[in-house]
Design a protein around this ligand. Structure first.
Ligand SMILES: Nc1ncnc2c1ncn2[C@@H]1O[C@H](COP(=O)(O)OP(=O)(O)OP(=O)(O)O)[C@@H](O)[C@H]1O
Length: 331
């Protein structure tokens, strides 16, 4: 967490107007969006509409994040990070405050999105995330600090986006930033070397976190893989994609696209078996309907039979009366 004194240092009143020293673009502060270890982020009004402005006393972290956002913009078709709009310094109280401006990503954070919209969204959102990760990995980067707080789901269309690129690391180096629950090193299930499997482990932990919003700690006894497998098996929303989650926890996927393929396969299989179950549930009802149909048919048959018998009795009675009448005439 950013030191409180630093947060206070950059706490700006709503309505403050910043002008960049070099590009002379103007930004009006609308509200604070949040703050973290590396800086404070504001929603600002620019000449082109709303944007997110991040400022930090640490110019190195600003430069690093700007470089990552620039690299992201080269990843074709990827909507993972916000697009970079401006980089500048603000002359304030006799010092230069470095800042950058990025696309404002409006939406709910992943945890609250799933809480509101339901767990059926988990598969779709994870598959979106995996296809963006594939593009990022192909460009030689590993995201690093993947966690629900860093992921926002936009409305219309619902799209998963990432807002904190501070942990993005070049492949092969040591992961820069991580959060224990999503870090395979913490669970003793791999190293902190930046490689695709590191992100894929975190994707699996994100799925677990969505089913366990309060998260949980590592047990001190027993191996942590069995603890995580147990946690997956206890939640119906996770059992559907259990084999994929376990494989990712074990680092068995070579790429995000391979994990995505198997995830989609699991999801379509679970949809088919759900439909089958629904059909089976409906079947006894059909049989009931058939049974009812047979009964009414039988009733109709019985009615017909009854009518025939009635006619026969009438004919016989008339014939008997007629015979008696003829006999009467003869005698
Ligand atoms: N582009 C954006 N669009 C919308 N909201 C944003 C954007 N960027 C950041 N935020 C908001 O600002 C908060 C803090 O931003 P950010 O996480 O980048 O700061 P940080 O100092 O890097 O934090 P951390 O301690 O996680 O590294 C985020 O949690 C999010 O709510």
């Amino acid at each position: 967490m950013m030191m409180n004194s630093l947060k206070n240092q950059y706490k700006l009143p709503i309505g403050t107007v910043l002008r960049g020293k070099w590009h002379q673009h103007q930004y009006k502060i609308i509200k604070e969006l949040g703050f973290g270890a590396n800086g404070i982020v504001y929603l600002v009004q620019s000449s082109n509409g709303y944007a997110a402005l991040k400022m930090s006393p640490n110019s190195l972290s600003i430069i690093t994040e700007v470089n990552v956002l620039k690299a992201f913009s080269k990843v074709q078709g990827s909507a993972l990070g916000p697009s970079l709009l401006d980089v500048d310094d603000w002359q304030w109280k006799g010092e230069l405050v470095p800042f950058y401006v990025m696309e404002y990503i409006h939406g709910r954070d992943l945890l609250s999105f799933v809480r509101v919209k339901g767990c059926s969204w988990i598969g779709v959102l994870l598959s979106q995330l995996l296809s963006d990760l594939q593009s990022l990995h192909e460009e030689g980067w590993v995201f690093g600090d993947l966690k629900p707080e860093n992921l926002i789901v936009t409305e219309n269309p619902n799209r998963i986006r990432c807002i904190d690129v501070g942990g993005t690391t070049i492949k092969g180096r040591a992961i820069k930033e991580f959060t224990e629950f999503f870090d395979r090193g913490y669970w003793g299930l791999g190293s902190r070397k930046a490689e695709p499997t590191y992100d894929l482990f975190a994707v699996s932990m994100i799925a677990i976190n969505l089913a366990y919003p309060k998260r949980f700690d590592k047990h001190h006894q027993g191996d942590s893989l069995s603890q995580l497998v147990q946690s997956i098996r206890q939640k119906q929303e996770l059992t559907k994609i259990e084999p994929v989650l376990i494989k990712a926890l074990q680092g068995q996927y070579k790429s995000a696209s391979e994990m995505r393929r198997e995830l989609l396969h699991c999801l379509s299989y679970s949809r088919i078996s759900k439909r089958k179950k629904e059909k089976q549930k409906k079947q006894p009802m059909n049989q009931k309907i058939n049974k009812n149909n047979t009964t009414s048919k039988q009733l109709r048959k019985r009615k017909k039979k009854g009518k025939k018998l009635e006619t026969l009795i009438i004919i016989l009675t008339v014939a008997l009366l007629y015979t008696l009448y003829i006999l009467g005439q003869l005698i």
